[in-house]
Design a protein around this ligand. Structure first.
Ligand SMILES: [Zn+2]
Length: 495
């Protein structure tokens, strides 16, 4: 990518004291107790066993073991990085935003300790540390390191007082797997209560366009806030999609919108109390969405910056804006941000590309109605012919109630002449949903490898196959794609 121009200066917005390095103590910070050191060693042993048995990357097992033996380990470990802890939360985009911010941090001279496989619960945080600490349980070169963790939206309220982040990034809040999480409002209320209770308020990085997220600014308690959003009507929807929930202001009235970018995300306004979406600190003014990436003209604290993003879709632009806003809050300059974004590849299972049997395969994760709608928009940007392997599982991590596919607008594929193969544990349900949307699948094959064969056979040599999958289906098909493409297992590919 060579179209990166950056004219912005380092952040002019004042940073709170908490965002500055304040590591002056001579004693090791957060040194674990002997019991905690043993717990870390046992956790590390468990990871090796998991890998040798081929049970995945062992990204959660060390945390499970160590966390059970030493319940205050998270607090101890999170106090070690001299640059503090950054949390990234929201329904969609956590993994990609964390991945992009990690790339920017590295370019800015900060070595992030992160949980890159999407293992985002408490045990994932411990697992990230257990692979990096020395025999005394201390993080080497801790002064120049930051903890950078994607945190599940349902557990953030519990983890916030324990991780004590200096920077907390909030992306969006959509309906997702309601059988596990309950209503979105209760999640948002939990976040607000946790922010009200934490001893040192973090700098908040907030999506100005999601009113549920933007209202968290009222819980900043004197800490800084940096907001991001889109100001380009050319990418607005002409009508609200079906995944859009009605959103209500804390005053009780329903928001109205001057523009909707996705779901309930847009330029909102409360007609009763006057709460309104403010101009974001990091704003995307002109966005060109292409089949395989995006060009964005943005402003950062009033300064113009253009960046190229090698990821498709407006949702990827939002993830990039969140990463930019967080990097800006940390003090990384715009040219460094822009070049790091242009170089950053996709995160695990999120728009990863594989070359298989002479076909270009792109893997897209979709796990809820709003996420699937954004993926469908990416597919419909592409020039025909469109070949899609669509996979629906109903595991715990996918959400066991698959009725959510009726809230997604699969009708977007109608009239595109798409060739669709349905797969996964619930292939039949997905095929029925597609047929009702006016897209009759050419094949319905539950078995992953056989479905992949069928979809590849229907993709012309040199053409692209798009694989759209829920979480556990993505893990399955990714393993098959990685093997066929000669790419290593995911725990071998970590930076
Ligand atoms: Zn209101």
């Amino acid at each position: 990518m060579d179209a990166v121009t950056a004219t912005a200066t380092p952040p002019s917005a004042p940073l709170p004291p908490a965002s500055r390095i304040a590591s002056t103590s001579a004693a090791p910070r957060g040194a674990p107790t002997p019991r905690e050191r043993v717990a870390l060693l046992l956790g590390r042993g468990a990871r090796e066993v998991a890998r040798r048995l081929g049970r995945g990357g062992g990204t959660a097992i060390p945390g499970l073991v160590a966390g059970a033996l030493a319940p205050r380990l998270v607090e101890r470990l999170a106090s070690q990085p001299g640059r503090g802890v950054v949390t990234v939360t929201g329904t969609n985009g956590k993994t990609t935003t964390t991945h992009l911010l990690a790339a920017i941090m590295r370019a800015g001279g900060i070595d992030p300790l992160t949980n890159p496989s999407g293992s985002n619960l408490e045990r994932g945080v411990i697992a990230a540390y257990s692979g990096s600490v020395d025999g005394r349980g201390l993080l080497p070169q801790a002064a120049d390191r930051a903890g950078l963790f994607e945190v599940d939206e349902a557990v953030l309220a519990r983890l916030l007082p324990r991780l004590r982040p200096r920077l907390a990034v909030f992306l969006n809040l959509f309906r997702d797997q309601l059988d596990r999480y309950g209503e979105v409002d209760s999640v948002a209320e939990g976040w607000a209560r946790a922010l009200d209770a934490v001893d040192t308020p973090p700098t908040l990085v907030l999506n100005a366009d999601d009113p549920t997220i933007a209202q968290l600014a009222e819980h900043a308690r004197g800490g800084a806030t940096v907001t991001f959003g889109v100001d380009d009507d050319a990418v607005a929807l002409t009508h609200a999609d079906h995944a859009s929930d009605a959103r209500f202001c804390t005053c009780g009235s329903r928001f109205t919108y001057a523009a909707i970018y996705m779901g309930h995300v847009g330029r909102w306004h409360c007609p009763s109390c006057g709460r309104t979406r403010a101009t974001p600190d990091v704003s995307a003014r002109r966005i060109v969405l292409r089949e395989d990436g995006s060009s964005v003209e943005a402003t950062i604290a009033g300064e113009a910056v253009t960046f190229e993003l090698p990821l498709a879709g407006l949702y990827s632009v939002y993830n990039a804006l969140a990463a930019i806003a967080a990097a800006h809050a940390i003090g990384i300059d715009a040219p460094t941000i822009a070049s790091a974004l242009a170089e950053a590849g996709p995160a695990f299972g999120r728009q990863e590309r594989f070359e298989v049997a002479g076909r270009r395969v792109r893997l897209l994760l979709a796990k809820n109605p709003s996420g699937l709608n954004e993926v469908l928009r990416v597919l419909t940007v592409a020039a025909p012919p469109l070949t899609v392997l669509a996979m629906l599982n109903d595991g715990v991590q996918d959400g066991q109630d698959v009725s959510w596919i009726y809230d997604a607008d699969l009708e977007m594929l109608a009239g595109t002449d798409a060739t669709v193969v349905c797969s996964g544990d619930r292939a039949d349900d997905l095929a029925l949903r597609c047929s009702l949307a006016g897209v009759t699948p050419v094949a319905v094959i539950a078995h992953t490898e056989r479905a992949l064969d069928a979809a590849l056979a229907r993709t012309a040599p040199g053409a692209r196959l798009d694989v759209v999958a829920t979480y556990t289906a993505m893990m399955d098909v990714r393993a098959a794609l990685a093997r066929r493409a000669g790419v290593g297992a995911y725990w071998e590919a970590q930076p």
